[in-house]
Design a protein around this ligand. Structure first.
Ligand code: PMT
Length: 409
């Protein structure tokens, strides 16, 4: 049974071309067992008719704040109290701006302003990619995130204007899945998770560094999913451009040493440690104090030394959490992953191919999960979907007796 069964979902539609997908969204929500009511902005009615949404939702559609008949039936206060969740799809840049400053100049913004605290407010942005990246939109998004809204998407792809970029609305099937997750029972309620993500940078001189292609997307997806499942997540992150996942507390680091220090500072009370960061294995022995200048030689030698293995260090702690490592491989995936599982004394290792169109930077990935007595293959999917599937495997493998494990070496 879907977690949306019996839930009351208020779908807000603002004026973007992606509004044409909302009848399918309504149908999918109802198929999942939800009751759906629809509120449209005036601009939305230029893209799709209220009659279509009335037919698909089987409920009257609300479009006006100052409508005597509607207010006598179900007005903005009743609508906001009726809903378990409000999903605004598409959420235009204008709608996000109006929500961010707290305007109440139409029915949709007004009811969002008087939502009870228990009601989830979710936005599925859809706009031209330049608008999505504009400073004003980024600031509005961040303001809304700090107020606890849930952001679904946008995704990257071809846009209605003919350009390609980040700004497409998530597909209805993904929006329903994202909404479902918010209603899933909190599997890890109150449990402390420590997750590393992103690359590290090892300085060569003040302007150059050694690093890798990690974007942080996989680790951030795991942090977002763990947080949605009720965990108290600390995310230790190398340099990325990603927003902090809802509910997670983030510690920014740059080098492998900084990541190690941050991890060791907070690992003590953790139930689960997931090392998804692509940590440098080597760093320059010395960092030049000034920018290194070209000299006459055709070649130069950079002397490197090993960084400390954070994962092995945590795994070797006398009192340690459930330890999950990653293995990024370009050959012999299973053999190398199993070597890491045993060699570093891990509870679980998550292997992925890197170097092609999966692993680093991509929105999708595919994982092979190994532990002492078993394994599970998670085929290609979005990093968020994989994060949920991985966390389910972890939940099934976690020792029942609370936090952290006591390991005697
Ligand atoms: O960030 P994305 O663009 O989304 O890409 C995701 C990813 C490919 C980076 C991710 O899925 C992944 O595989 N992360 C681990 C990358 C890595 O460094 O793998 P590794 O096989 O070199 O390291 C093995 C494990 O040891 C990892 O858990 C790593 O975090 C850890 N390690 C490595 C070196 C070091 N000094 N300390 C460590 O803790």
């Amino acid at each position: 049974m879907s977690a949306l069964s019996g839930k009351r979902i208020l779908l807000g539609i603002s004026g973007g071309i992606a509004a044409y997908k909302t009848p399918e969204l309504v149908r999918r929500l109802r198929d999942a067992g939800a009751t759906v009511r629809v509120v449209m902005t005036q601009a939305a009615t230029a893209f799709i008719t209220p009659l279509t949404l009335q037919a698909t939702s089987a409920n009257p559609v609300h479009t006006a704040l100052l409508d005597h008949a509607a207010e006598a039936g179900m007005g903005h206060i009743e609508l906001s109290r009726w809903a378990d969740a409000v999903l605004v799809a598409p959420a235009t840049a204008d709608l996000m701006a109006r929500l961010a400053v707290g305007m109440a100049d139409d029915l949709l913004t007004t009811l969002c302003l008087c939502l009870p605290t228990r009601t989830l407010l979710c936005l599925a942005p859809a706009m031209n990619h330049v608008m999505w990246a504009a400073g004003a939109t980024v600031a509005n998004r961040d303001t809304l995130l700090t107020r606890g809204i849930h952001l679904f998407g946008p995704t990257h792809g071809k846009q209605a204007c003919g350009e390609t970029g980040l700004g497409r609305m998530e597909e209805p099937i993904q929006l329903v899945a994202a909404l479902e997750r918010l209603f899933v029972p909190k599997l890890f309620a109150g449990q402390q998770f420590l997750i590393t993500a992103g690359p590290t940078r090892e300085a060569i001189d003040p302007v150059r560094f050694l690093s890798n292609r990690s974007s942080g997307k996989m680790g951030y997806a795991i942090a977002a999913a763990a947080s949605a499942l009720g965990a108290e997540v600390t995310l230790v992150s190398g340099p990325t451009n990603l927003p902090t996942p809802q509910g997670a507390s983030r510690i920014n680091v740059v080098s492998a040493k900084e990541m190690r220090d941050a991890v060791l500072d907070v690992v003590n009370d953790c139930r689960v440690f997931i090392a998804c960061a692509a940590v440098a294995d080597y760093r320059p022995v010395a960092t030049a104090p000034q920018k290194i200048k070209k000299k006459g030689e055709q070649a130069m030698t950079l002397v490197l030394e090993r960084t400390e293995d954070i994962l092995a260090t945590v795994s070797g702690l006398p009192r340690r959490p459930f330890v999950v490592g990653f293995a990024a491989e370009t050959e012999n995936l299973e053999t190398n992953a199993l070597d890491k599982l045993q060699g570093k004394g891990l509870d679980m290792v998550v292997a992925n191919w890197v170097g092609g169109d999966l692993g680093f930077e991509s929105d999708d990935n595919a994982l092979q999960v190994y532990w002492a007595e078993g394994q599970q293959i998670l085929p290609r999917a979005s990093k968020l979907d994989l994060a949920y599937a991985l966390l389910e495997i972890i939940a099934n493998r976690l020792p029942a007796n609370g936090s952290p494990q006591l390991i005697t070496h």
